[in-house]
Design a protein around this ligand. Sequence first.
Ligand code: ZN
Length: 179
Amino acid sequence: MSDLQVRVAPTSRIKLRKVAMRVREVLGAKSDEFPSDAFDLLLSGNFPEYKFDILPRSIMGRHHGLTEPDQKIIFLREDVYEGAMEGNGRDRFTFAHELGHLLLHSGNYLARYDPAEPKPTHRKFEDSEWQADNFAAELLMPVSAVKSCADPNELMEVCEVSYKAAQVRFDVLRSGGFI
Ligand SMILES: [Zn+2]
């Protein structure tokens, strides 16, 4: 999670979906639900080019997760990590969101704007947070799951996400004709 909405190279929902599907494939996530075991595969050193560090609240403060894409490292707050492993929807989304930053945004932080300057206006497709959120949604709630669920409540249960995340995903895909 980052408060900074950084301008990054533009991408589309379809491209984010492809990256998320590839991650699912590599981690062996076969069902609509993205299993906590798949997160654990990442954390237990199976992909040595990426680093994960679990830090206490005393260091992370209000940050649930932080990512340094160029260092290929994700920092997760201890309680968020534990929540993600236990199936807490919000914490699973945080982990997936940070994974999005890790995989999508190396080199892009050069574009970070000077906070003293007026906030830049950029399109959502080139916004770091929009991209990480949509990557997380594609990873945790594949299109097949949204198609098979009658409403956000069912999607929330099938995919182990928060009601809010399920509702946004449901609305975006249903109103966009699953695009
Ligand atoms: Zn973020």
